[in-house]
Design a binder for this molecule. Sequence first.
Ligand SMILES: [Zn+2]
Ligand SMILES: [Zn+2]
Ligand SMILES: [Zn+2]
Ligand SMILES: [Zn+2]
Length: 218
Amino acid sequence: MQANFPKSEGICIFCGKTFTKAGINRHLKSHLKKKEAELVEGKSYLVKVEVDPYGGSLPYFLSLWVDGDAKMGYIDTFLRDIWLECCGHMSAFSNGEISMGDMVKEVFYKDLSFFYEYDFGSTTELKLTVLEEYSVKADDDIVLLSRNEPLKWKCDVCEEETATQICIVDDEMFCGKCAKEHAKECGDFEDYASMPVVNSPRMGVCGYTGGSIDIERD
Ligand SMILES: [Zn+2]
Ligand SMILES: [Zn+2]
Ligand SMILES: [Zn+2]
Ligand SMILES: [Zn+2]
């Protein structure tokens, strides 16, 4: 896979403007601060989800507004639905004290970071960081405030067209035209090794073909 990652940008759910991965959460905080002034009392949190073990350097991100009365298990379900679920693997928050039945407000505080693992074989490891705490109820248990828009990976062969498929045997990405060429020389590609490019860090892993929510951005 490429060392030069494609541009990572997300759209703000509140105002529809586009921001970089580095700038989106600072922007979201300004909206949530205003929400807090509306005085629907409760507890909620702005949570950043990134992809480890690469220190958050992969271009994927989610910005979530999580209600304090939600269960930690809702976060597990949400991450599976948007990024991870292939065939019902086990998952856990890697910080041993956090269990799925815990309430978010019993676990979260500003600046808490912890890890989450899906599938203990071909593991996808995510890092969650609680960026801010608010004294207002969230609009839902979990609200997707922003995520990286679909990334435009370049074809590894022609280095011009946007890639639409990957070969999991050769770990290469192809545009439609170059995929046809690759199928001629790679028997596995036609049999089982061709997978779609999807907007998830689990792309190309264990038959993952995309999420079940927010699918228009998959
Ligand atoms: Zn906005
Ligand atoms: Zn699987
Ligand atoms: Zn190509
Ligand atoms: Zn191949």
